[in-house]
Design a binder for this molecule. Structure first.
Ligand SMILES: [Fe+2]
Length: 161
């Protein structure tokens, strides 16, 4: 009896944890969707002396970031949640500011991307801190943190020196 009660309480706790994790995963899905579209926007509108290299770099980062969206979206469903993967869902839930629509200048585009990558990293790191109860979810966040921090470093390096 006591054992059954404990296991019932355990299941309820797990559901609460799962629901919290799914909410966090959806917030980060929104951010990954927003960041991936920002990379594409910069890929298309870029003008400047670094065009050839940055055009390719932004495209590669858009692809990587879509893979991160896939990771968090599928993790949400693995935890019995629903993933909110539409553009409209991203607009509702993202913590990233809107990306400039009419910017062409290379330095300003790179700066706008660095700012948004950093905003995305903040939430991914919140995700790491908040998923200690579920190591597979934490592993997803850690993988994304490693990738986004590398992107941020590579972007930032275009602005110095
Ligand atoms: Fe393209």
């Amino acid at each position: 009896m006591e054992r059954a009660k404990r296991s019932k309480e355990g299941a309820a706790l797990n559901r609460n944890i799962q629901e919290r994790l799914v909410r966090g995963l959806n917030l980060n899905l929104a951010n990954m969707t927003s960041l991936a579209t920002a990379y594409k926007q910069a890929h298309w509108n870029l003008q400047g002396s670094g065009f050839a290299q940055l055009h390719e770099l932004f495209d590669r980062f858009a692809d990587q970031t879509r893979e991160y969206a896939d990771l968090v979206a599928e993790r949400a469903v693995q935890l019995h949640g629903t993933s909110h993967g539409t553009i409209e869902g991203a607009v509702k839930e993202t913590t990233l500011p809107p990306f400039p629509l009419d910017e062409h200048r290379q330095d300003l585009l790179v700066t706008a991307l660095v700012d948004r990558a950093n905003a995305a990293i903040v939430e991914i790191r919140h995700g790491i801190d908040g998923s200690e109860d579920d190591l597979p979810t934490q592993d997803v966040y850690i993988e994304i943190a490693r990738g986004l921090e590398k992107q941020e470093w590579m972007l930032r390096s275009h602005l110095t020196g």
